[in-house]
Design a protein around this ligand. Structure first.
Ligand SMILES: Nc1nc2c(c(=O)[nH]1)N[C@H]1C(S)=C(S)[C@@H](COP(=O)(O)O)O[C@H]1N2
Ligand SMILES: [Mo]
Length: 524
């Protein structure tokens, strides 16, 4: 009796496991076939890309903040893994249901496909044809599901101790069939990957591209921009270390020969610009520190680079905005958008359509072939990567990506400063302790930095040389005879108007964090 119970339980478990395996393999076939075909369509035709991107767009701001704060630039890997886990669970459920009642399982698969289809068709630039890979993939997935699901329901088999058990025979069949299909899914999936890489020329074109020299070179960096405290961030951030923030699950791969910038809206003259036209124009070079609105006090979502590009002022002069316009909505090939005040793109500052970053074409993940960079504004309202469209409009009429998700419509950068050395909770040897860090107030410039040791009086730090009001400025303080024990250092900066950095602690949302940064370290 006990034996028999155990046998039944074992059979049930096998039944559930086979159902789950069936669903997962069928999903593998569905995605592999769809992705293979998608290589021949626009990026949005890939169900994985479009579902993931839609998921990002619907991620509430607090969750995005949490992801950036917790996983940093790995937030997308975490997202992909959670989506994969979700997909595996749903696929397993569909497979188990199909064992019980095939039509019910198949209906579930179709329902999931409909949701994915909605994700695809609602992406920017999607057309009906982009649904073809998903349709064919779903058909293949359903065939796989049918092929692995036994026609006779298992539980209707006599639960007797029959010598020739039907499960024994179907077990071999099941194993062979699932091995064949799983193998096919892997082969098709790998081919899809190879094919989509081969069909994407952006990387090769970028690596071979020689950018023209600037008509107007950047002012050379003065000596002493780097503070003498060892361990302070490099003044110019290497491209490979530059922070990356965007909503793109898959980095857009744009062939520059296909790239066009459309300038339209409330303008006298609408026009489009090609990449060659852009390169032939009078390019300028400038050092500029980009900052993300999501940066927390003391955070590292800021980077400084030498940018090469065409002044947006010239683009606006050609377009001739009409009276009443007060905003330019820049849109990326992946649908992200930013609202930048029109006057900022017309005044003397170096707001650029950038093509180069630190002497190279833009890295793909930083917006190749063309992005915007605008001094004085957080990236979410200015620094559109993979930019393809500039619409002159009004703040009353249109809103950018993050503005319609609860963030501000305007984003001037707030004065900020941070301690970089010693490291928070770090240990340093007794004697002379070098303290240092960076401060920024783009467009206004940093005029003074002060530190407070162990809640003592505020004292001036030594400022490193200033490259420009648009770049961060380093500072240092040499503490001689620091006694052993735990110490605290707090920093605050003033801009050139003499305005002190805001003391009150505020989170990034909706328009940038505030508060003075402080860290604790131990002298041994
Ligand atoms: N297309 C696109 N451009 C974008 C974003 C984005 O999500 N998509 N994020 C913006 C934000 S919030 C910031 S802070 C900067 C970051 O630029 P980086 O990744 O080159 O550092 O890009 C801006 N441009
Ligand atoms: Mo940002």
């Amino acid at each position: 009796m006990a034996n028999r119970k155990k046998g039944l339980l074992g059979r049930n478990w096998r039944w559930v496991l086979r159902g789950a395996a069936t669903g997962i393999i069928a999903a593998g076939i569905l995605f592999a076939v769809a992705e293979l075909l998608a290589a021949f369509f626009a990026t949005v035709a890939s169900p994985l890309t479009s579902v993931g991107s839609t998921f990002i767009d619907f991620t509430p701001a607090w969750m995005k903040n949490f992801a950036i704060a917790t996983f940093g630039t790995n937030d997308k890997t975490v997202l992909l893994l959670s989506l994969a886990a979700g997909a595996i669970i749903l696929a397993a459920v569909a497979g188990i249901v199909a064992r019980k009642k095939f039509m019910a399982g198949a209906t579930l698969v179709v329902a999931f496909a409909v949701v994915m289809g909605i994700c695809i068709i609602t992406r920017s630039g999607a057309s009906i044809a982009d649904l073809i890979p998903l349709l064919v993939g779903t058909a293949a997935g359903l065939v796989a599901l049918r092929y692995l699901t036994p026609a006779v329901k298992m539980e209707s088999a006599p639960a007797s101790d029959a010598v020739v058990s039907p499960t024994l025979q179907s077990r071999r069949t099941f194993l062979v069939r699932s091995a064949v299909l799983a193998g096919a899914a892997v082969v098709i999936g790998v081919s899809a990957n190879i094919l989509s890489t081969a069909r994407n020329t952006a990387r090769q074109v970028r690596d071979a591209l020689k950018l023209p020299a600037a008509k107007k070179l950047a002012t050379p960096l003065p000596a002493g921009v780097q503070a003498p405290a060892e361990g302070v961030t490099p003044f110019v951030t290497p491209n490979s270390d530059f922070y990356r923030i965007d909503t793109a699950l898959i980095v857009p791969e744009i062939d520059p020969s296909q790239w066009k910038l459309r300038v339209h809206g409330m303008v006298e003259e609408e026009f489009t610009m090609t990449f060659d036209e852009l390169l032939a124009a009078d390019l300028v070079e400038t050092y500029l520190t980009l900052t993300c609105v999501s940066n927390v006090v003391g955070g590292n979502l800021a980077g400084n680079a030498k940018w090469l590009g065409y002044p947006l002022r010239e683009v606006m002069a050609r377009a001739k905005p009409k009276a009443g316009a007060d905003m330019v909505l820049s849109t990326s090939s992946d649908g992200f958008s930013a609202s930048t005040p029109l006057p900022v793109l017309q005044d003397g500052r170096n707001a650029l359509l950038a093509v180069g970053m630190n002497g190279e074409p833009l890295p793909l993940e930083h917006g190749f072939p063309v992005r915007m960079v605008v001094p004085g504004l957080y990236g979410f309202v200015s620094a559109t990567k993979w930019v393809v469209d500039l619409e002159v409009t009004t703040f009353a009429e249109k809103a950018g990506y993050w503005t319609s998700r609860g963030w501000s419509s305007h984003g001037p950068i707030k004065t900020a400063s941070r301690v970089e050395v010693p490291r928070a909770l770090g240990r340093v040897p007794a004697g002379t302790v070098a303290i240092g860090g960076s401060a920024w107030a783009q467009q206004r410039g940093v005029s003074k930095v002060e530190i407070q040791l162990d809640n003592g009086p505020w004292q001036p730090a030594t400022l490193a040389a200033e490259a420009s009001v648009d770049t961060w400025r380093q500072w240092s303080y040499i503490w001689n005879g620091a006694p052993a024990g735990t110490h605290n250092v707090k920093v605050r900066a003033y801009d050139t108007d003499g305005t002190l950095q805001i003391e009150q602690q505020a989170p990034p949302e909706p328009d940038g964090s505030t508060g003075w940064h402080s860290i604790t370290f131990t002298v041994t």
